[in-house]
Design a protein around this ligand. Sequence first.
Ligand code: AMP
Ligand code: GLY
Length: 409
Amino acid sequence: MKVVVVGSGGREHALAQVLARTAEVIVTPGNPGIPGSVDTPVLDLVADGSVDLVVVGPEQPLVAGVADRLRKAGVRVFGPGADGARLEGSKAYMKLIAEEAALPTARWEAFTDADLAASHLATLTPPYVIKTDGLAAGKGVLVTDSLAEAEVDVRAKLEGAAFGAAGERVVIEEGLTGVEVSVFAVCDGTRAVCLPVAQDFKRVGDGDAGPNTGGMGAWSPLPFVPEGFEEEVNRTFIEPTLAELTQRGIDYRGVLYAGLMLTADGPKLIEYNVRFGDPDSQVVLLRMTSDLAELLAAAADGDLTTVPAPTFADDTAVLVVAASEGYPVAPRTGDVIDGLDAADAVAGATVLRAGVGADDQGRMVTAGGRVLNVVGRGADAAAARATAYEALGHVSWPGEHHRTDIAPA
Ligand code: AMP
Ligand code: GLY
């Protein structure tokens, strides 16, 4: 099978690595640290008919309809069309679907008028949760205990220019408290299979301090989650969602990524994403022992019953992100990365190249905020974490920073 992966980060490196166990893999645009990377538009790559499957990594191309264009060209695609991708592209749409499908989720209201939004805030109790309706590169959500800060934020989003079209509407939600987990459901339009649950660490600093990021680390599986949790998520959230989408004429073939809060009243849906999480899916995908290419192809064909249920190693994976100077506010690029060979040589470690480039001497340099995903595998979280940090200890560049508290020690 020949598979094209669309994207360029750590998630795409993990997808490419696991797919390459059973398939020929090309990554576009990829990066100089991901084998098989080519800087050719995906529509050109599929033009000669030789590609058996396209797997789309990030949400932006899905929201923009790349899966629709590929399907129209007769190509098998793992990733929803623009209609399904609205689940991530619009928070208000996601909440509407959640309501229609009767999913456990935070109460919510949408506003386009700042005065109405501010008066609504005053009727709520903290924490206050304010989201831009549209995609805002992970920066559209504020969770705060301060009503004053919440009001300022609502006005900035609705009246300011900073969020553009994404900020024409805001969603104000009931604040939930609990532990957050990620579940990735591979969907074929009507059926789904949920992969083992993972957790990511979103704040930049130790102890969950500092600003939100795309994710600074992750681990899987989670010992505190009850046996059968993934099946429960499938029954309670994913299957009703697919039924609701089907009723609306949406044939959802791709990942439905449920961000769930484990509250005192049970799991509640925080958000849906329409793609694998980054970095939380890496710790799941790398542990897969069955054929990923075959699974995603079956989902893309609309029939998961043709393949066996996916299987996973029974060890634990812990991933630590090594970030560039200034991330997440203003990441600096172009710093030379030292020690990659030594890190790669650590037994049980996998060093995914997320935001790397090459300089004119062919050296690996930082080219984004999240530069490396250093993954350790071990019998339990403590062993996996020790391996990840041992490998991470070998890499360095000016301004490199990472969290030191990913997963239990
Ligand atoms: P989202 O982009 O919707 O995932 O929101 C980003 C982050 O904000 C989530 O990962 C949560 O940590 C937090 N968050 C979102 N919605 C809520 C909510 N209703 N209650 C509490 N925290 C939330
Ligand atoms: N790690 C969170 C995300 O991919 O959205």
